[in-house]
Design a protein around this ligand. Structure first.
Ligand SMILES: Nc1nc2c(ncn2[C@@H]2O[C@H](COP(=O)(O)OP(=O)(O)O)[C@@H](O)[C@H]2O)c(=O)[nH]1
Ligand SMILES: [Mg+2]
Length: 425
């Protein structure tokens, strides 16, 4: 019995030591999130260089690139692009769940992530499509995770005469806002400097009362459960995701969020929240995710109106004007028809008619074919001559060919005599 106790204590010490050693090897992690094609991967490459590895998100086929930020003791993760926190696509869900550090993140072995959770996020925005990035920013702000906003593609914004008051934006959101041209490496230093103290965004949205009530009561239920959990249960749960964002996910019956609540706080808590949801949404006519998306977009528009201006737009080039006309129905359709007609003229009339005629009649019938026929005939004659000459025979004069006895040196005479050959011969 005593021996058993000792061995148990030893085992505990051992695992505590292993735990400590693991902690020493781990560093804080930063997730790079944002819409598709805003420059997340380009920024990730500039921050981390080429020494990156790819980790597979457990239970999915989605991979996330991970790398050490040069000059900082932090891990960066390049996540798939996303449009909204309410999503059914696997890529987008992974991006959000990873950012929220749902317990799945613990299953990624040897990731080297401190506390198995993301410490902060860099939300990358496209300066020329700022509204959709702001709509995502206001959603992510609800999670209460420290965040840095990077407005990328500033080069394209400048050339379009776009001016963004990033100081005002920073005040509204309550977080630092950087500007960058990731392809050129501009603004990377500033982002790294700001990463050392990332702030948590302000609460940016006030929902209709029914939704606010659901959020408040859900947070209360989850916090009550949390207060009854032991320290080790809390550690096992990883990041404790109790936030307005989490409540919103539960409001739209998000699969990952529900699984997280079931796993961390138990089935009963989940059922309690489901009941609350059905009571709150009883009279709602519009699906709640659409209702919320409209609210996010409206808030993004309000923020945009305060910080965004298109000033002294550079005179657009002919190519830009043309691409603008192509995008509009009334000009785009005639342009498309004109292009189809031009293609018909080029392929049907010019290529299939004139070009084929030219090649057939002029090039082959009048030039190449007679030349080849003539060459072949002469070559045949040369062959005959060779046969005759090798048997010391003369070509009869009656053949109409003025030719001397063919020898090796007589080849030149043959060429000369070829010129007098009639075509029909
Ligand atoms: N003009 C310009 N293009 C950029 C900038 N950053 C990224 N890009 C380009 O935008 C495209 C999408 O970038 P990528 O990093 O793959 O975006 P992701 O989908 O958000 O990861 C690529 O062609 C990049 O070269 C930038 O600051 N300025
Ligand atoms: Mg990418």
């Amino acid at each position: 019995m005593i021996l058993n106790l000792f061995s148990r204590k030893e085992h505990k010490d051992h695992s505590a030591h292993r735990e400590r050693a693991h902690r020493e090897r781990t560093i804080p992690g930063v997730a790079i999130v944002g819409n598709m094609c805003v420059g997340k991967s380009t920024l990730f490459a500039k921050l981390c260089g080429t020494e990156v590895k790819s980790v597979n998100y457990p239970g999915t086929t989605v991979s996330i690139a991970a790398g050490n930020i040069k000059g900082l003791q932090k891990l960066a993760f390049d996540t798939p692009g996303t449009c909204s926190i309410f999503t059914h696509s696997e890529d987008e869900r992974v991006s959000r769940d990873f950012f929220l550090s749902f317990d799945q993140i613990k299953k990624i072995r040897n990731i080297g992530l401190e506390n198995d959770r993301i410490e902060a996020a860099i939300l990358v925005a496209d300066a020329k499509n700022l509204k959709r990035s702001l709509a995502l920013a206001v959603q992510y702000a609800e999670y209460g995770v420290p965040m840095l906003l990077d407005i990328n593609m500033m080069d394209e914004a400048h050339s379009r005469g776009i001016v963004i008051d990033h100081q005002r934006l920073s005040d509204i959101l309550g977080i630092d806002v950087c500007c960058s041209v990731a392809t050129e490496g501009e603004g990377i230093k500033e982002i790294k400097a700001k990463l050392t103290s990332v702030r948590t965004p302000h609460q940016l949205i006030k929902y209709p009362q029914k939704i606010e009530d659901f959020i408040r009561i859900t947070e209360k239920i989850l916090n009550k459960c949390l207060s009854t959990m032991t320290q080790s249960d809390v550690y096992d749960a990883g990041q404790v995701c109790i936030s307005r964002g989490m409540a919103l996910l539960l409001l739209v019956a998000d699969k990952s969020a529900e699984e997280y609540v079931r796993h961390t706080f138990g089935e009963e808590t989940l059922l309690q929240i489901r009941d609350l949801r059905s009571i709150n949404l009883r009279d709602e006519k519009i699906p709640v995710n659409i209702l919320l998306t409209n609210i996010f977009n409206k808030r993004a528009e309000e923020i945009l109106a305060e910080i965004y201006q298109e000033r002294g737009r550079r005179k657009s080039s002919y190519l830009e004007k043309f691409s603008h006309w192509c995008m509009h129905l009334e000009t785009g359709i005639p342009i498309a028809l004109a292009i189809i007609y031009l293609m018909y003229l080029f392929i049907g009339v010019f290529a299939a008619g004139y070009l084929v005629d030219l090649i057939n009649n002029k090039l082959f019938a009048e030039t190449i074919t007679p030349w080849v026929v003539c060459e072949l005939r002469t070559m045949t004659l040369e062959l005959i001559c060779c046969i005759f000459s090798s048997s010391s025979t003369w070509i009869p004069e009656s053949s109409g060919i003025s030719i001397s006895r063919v020898t090796k040196s007589g080849f030149r005479e043959m060429i000369f005599s070829r010129a007098v050959l009639p075509l029909s011969a």
